[in-house]
Design a binder for this molecule. Structure first.
Ligand code: G3P
Length: 220
């Protein structure tokens, strides 16, 4: 399972990128708005910062302008992936972009039925939003498991990207469900590396090493 960072913040991207585990970035209009910067310039910097896929989201609601915006976003870099929403216009624009050889990510997906539609238009990625499904007292992980099972049975090539992840167990369970990609905010990514026993173990090793150095100096 590839690990993506769900952010438009360059400092967060640089920090996780240095770990050697970052396979891509997902952005959306909310994340870009948080940076309060020119979107085009920001997207270019992000595209240059990582080798993997970078999802850039369309904002035009109607099919034709969305398609044209998608063409523009796609030419921003070889690693650009164009996000379109799960709407009739998004499907129309998405299918036209796919016909142009552009890789699309169908976003705002909340059900297996929607995920089937995304696969049928030949999407490169489908993004079910697990956390937001949980927010409305439904089961996001169950929806993800169903989508992965359907894609497996039907032989769909579309990559399942588990999105709207809120904690490390969302990431672990997405991997067990068979998701191809998990995208998560910086704070969740940082939690993946942390374990209290690692901290305790490291402290003990350091103490014992220092004690050895003192003993060796004392004995000299
Ligand atoms: O970027 C799409 C998705 O991951 C958004 O997550 O936390 O805003 O529900 P969230």
């Amino acid at each position: 399972m590839r690990l993506f960072l769900d952010t438009a913040n360059l400092e967060e991207i640089r920090e996780i990128n240095r770990w050697g585990v970052l396979s891509g970035i997902t952005t959306n209009p909310t994340l870009v708005s948080k940076e309060n910067d020119d979107p085009e310039a920001l997207w270019k910097e992000i595209l240059a910062e990582v080798e993997g896929d970078v999802s850039l989201e369309t904002t035009e609601p109607e099919a034709d302008p969305m398609y044209k915006q998608g063409l523009h976003l796609a030419q921003m870099g070889p690693n650009a992936v164009v996000k379109v929403p799960m709407t009739p216009d998004g499907l129309e624009a998405g299918k036209r972009l796919v016909a142009e050889g552009i890789r699309i990510n169908v976003t705002l997906v909340f059900s297996p039925a929607q995920a089937i539609l995304a696969a049928e238009i030949g999407a490169y990625i489908v993004s079910p939003f697990l956390g937001r499904i949980d927010d409305v007292a439904s089961d996001g992980m169950y929806a993800l498991r169903q989508i992965c099972e359907i894609y497996d049975i039907q032989g769909y090539d579309t990559n399942v990207l588990a999105a709207s992840l809120r904690h490390p167990m969302h990431v672990v369970e997405s991997a067990i469900a068979g998701a191809d990609i998990a995208t998560m905010p910086y704070d969740v990514f940082v939690k993946l590396v942390k374990h209290p026993l690692t901290d305790v173990g490291l402290q003990k090793f350091a103490q014992d090493w220092q004690a050895l150095q003192r003993n060796l100096k004392g004995g000299a």
